[in-house]
Each structure stands twice: as structure tokens, then as C-alpha cells.
Design a protein around this ligand. Structure first.
Ligand SMILES: [Zn+2]
Ligand SMILES: [Zn+2]
Length: 305
């Protein structure tokens, strides 16, 4: 197989585009996809302060690295969720944190670390044992991202969601025809009073492309999946997508692109109304006078008393 651009030996074949590439042209293409996405969706400019939420995995670290390389003003945010496995100190959260610290040093970028266990006395997934662990983690991460962005005056929060994440979520949302979730599934969410602007510059790149980028650029990342995520719906959906893509290459990117067109035509984009304010942190909420995160935290306080 030869590189489509230079006819040297190809090291990767992007089957969805029937596009074999050498290392140099793969990296060149990867970077230009990220830049095009940032521009097309008006995500941020070189003057904006960008907070990159990093997990220690390949996607978010690739994002942090490429944004720095492109000359954006980036700072990493690592949320240590206090998740350990049988390896104790060498468990999931601490190992992930180490990968983030290593990259911060490598690219000479600032890293903010927030520690859930130290602050709330429990690993994030177990803050509320009546909810699915991934849901509690999601609420916790969103809350801390907003809090940190506001505290330090960041213009935008960037996350490493990739095409595989987006089509997995999209399929779940379509299976329920969940109009509210479908409306909000977009590469950019504008700032709404109290919520910071959120962007996903990697939505047109697959896990495989992010993995290859990390390997080619020598970015060390943590390989293990979160021990709590084994039963997650997202993993089930990703397995289904792998089968669809195997049989019909290009289905993922087509499904996502066509969805964006569909969304533009058929889903109205009016602002969300009736957002209340959390009485504890001031972040917006759709339910009563406490945000989802503080409803969880207040229950823990009651249990302790
Ligand atoms: Zn080439
Ligand atoms: Zn709150």
C-alpha cells in the first residue's frame, strides 16, 4: 500500500475514506482536520484562553498536544476522580494523572489538577451509589470543569470527544428519539449564563486516528479503561458500531455528518428557558434550587450526620 499523497510506503489506511497515508502525511492531515473543525464551528481563536479537560487517555492528550502545537493558549485540567483498582497507588486515577503531568512537561504547558477524593472523601463514581457510576462521574466532571473555567477566567473548555464517542451517543439518543439530547449534541455548546462554552475539536477523528497520532508523535497515555466503565452503555454501542463499520466502511462519519445537516434543518435551536441557579455553587440547573452535583453532595452530608 502506498501513500496517496507521496507514493511512499503507507503506514496507515483510513478505510472510511479509502485513504492510505505515510506517517508524515497522516500527521499533516490530522492537524488540518482539527484546524478546520475549530474554524468551521468558530470554537476559539488564538487570543482565547482554552481549558483542555484531559483524562490521561489518548484522545484528550492528543487534543492538548495538537492545540499547543497549533499555537493556541492552552492549559490542561486533570480531574483526579479517586478511582483505584487492585494496584492501589498505581491505580487508574493516579496513573492517568502521571501521564498528564508528563505531557505537560513535554509540551511546556500548565496543568491544573483537581482531586475529588481529597475534597469530597469518596471516589467520584461512589458519591451516589444509587446512580450508575458513569453518570455520577459525568455530573462531577462537568461541575468541576465549569467551576475551574469560571474561577480562572477561561473562555472555553475543550474536551477530547471523538467520532466514536459521538456516534455512540447519537445512536443511544436516536434509539430513544430524545429530542432535547439530540438538540444539544453538537461540536460547540455556547456559553449560557453560568455554564462555560464547550467545544469538541476532535469530533471528525476516530479513536484509531487519535491512537495513531499519539504513537507517531510519542505521546505517552494511559491505556487501561476505567474499572467502573465495564458495563457502560457507551461501550456496548461502540461494539455495535464496530460491526457496522466493518461491514460498511464510512458509516460512522456519514451518520454523524448527515445528523449535523438534519439537526440544522429539523431541530429548532431556541435557548433553554427556565434555568434556575444552584443555591450552593450558583451554576445553572433545570431542577429546583440545587444542581445535579450538589444534590449528590448534600445527600452524602446527610448520611454522615
Ligand atoms: Zn506520504
Ligand atoms: Zn451546585
Amino acid at each position: 500500500m502506498l501513500c496517496r499523497k507521496c507514493k511512499e510506503k503507507a503506514v496507515i489506511n483510513l478505510r472510511q475514506y479509502n485513504l492510505p497515508l505515510c506517517k508524515e502525511h497522516f500527521i499533516e492531515r490530522y492537524i488540518s482536520v482539527v484546524e478546520d473543525t475549530i474554524r468551521r464551528f468558530k470554537m476559539f481563536s488564538r487570543n482565547d484562553k482554552v481549558l483542555v479537560a484531559v483524562s490521561g487517555g489518548k484522545d484528550s492528550l492528543a487534543l492538548w498536544y495538537v492545540l499547543k502545537k497549533l499555537g493556541y493558549k492552552v492549559t490542561g485540567l486533570y480531574i483526579n476522580l479517586g478511582i483505584e483498582n487492585e494496584k492501589g497507588e498505581e491505580g487508574y486515577s493516579n496513573m492517568s494523572e502521571r501521564c498528564c503531568k508528563n505531557l505537560a512537561e513535554k509540551i511546556d504547558s500548565e496543568l491544573i489538577v483537581e482531586n475529588v477524593y481529597q475534597k469530597y472523601g469518596s471516589p467520584a463514581p461512589l458519591l451516589d451509589r444509587n446512580r450508575a457510576p458513569c453518570s455520577v462521574c459525568g455530573i462531577t466532571k462537568r461541575h468541576i470543569m465549569n467551576e475551574v473555567a469560571k474561577k480562572y477566567g477561561f473562555d472555553v473548555v475543550a474536551t477530547g470527544h471523538n467520532l466514536d464517542d459521538e456516534v455512540a451517543t447519537l445512536l443511544s439518543n436516536v434509539l430513544r428519539w430524545d429530542e432535547e439530547y439530540l438538540k444539544r449534541q453538537y461540536p460547540v455548546l455556547p456559553a449560557e449564563d453560568g455554564f462555560s462554552k464547550k467545544v469538541k475539536p476532535l469530533v471528525f477523528l476516530t479513536e484509531k486516528e487519535n491512537l495513531a497520532f499519539c504513537i507517531f508523535e510519542g505521546i505517552e497515555f494511559y491505556h487501561e479503561e476505567c474499572p467502573f466503565s465495564k458495563d457502560a452503555t457507551s461501550i456496548f454501542m461502540k461494539n455495535i458500531w464496530a460491526q457496522i463499520e466493518e461491514k460498511m466502511p464510512g458509516s460512522k462519519i456519514r451518520f454523524f455528518r448527515e445528523f449535523l445537516e438534519f439537526r440544522k434543518k429539523f431541530l429548532s435551536q431556541e435557548e433553554r428557558k427556565d434555568l434556575g441557579k444552584c443555591s450552593i455553587c450558583g451554576q445553572p440547573t433545570t431542577a429546583g434550587d440545587m444542581c445535579a452535583f450538589h444534590r449528590i453532595i448534600s445527600k452524602i452530608k446527610v448520611q454522615h450526620n
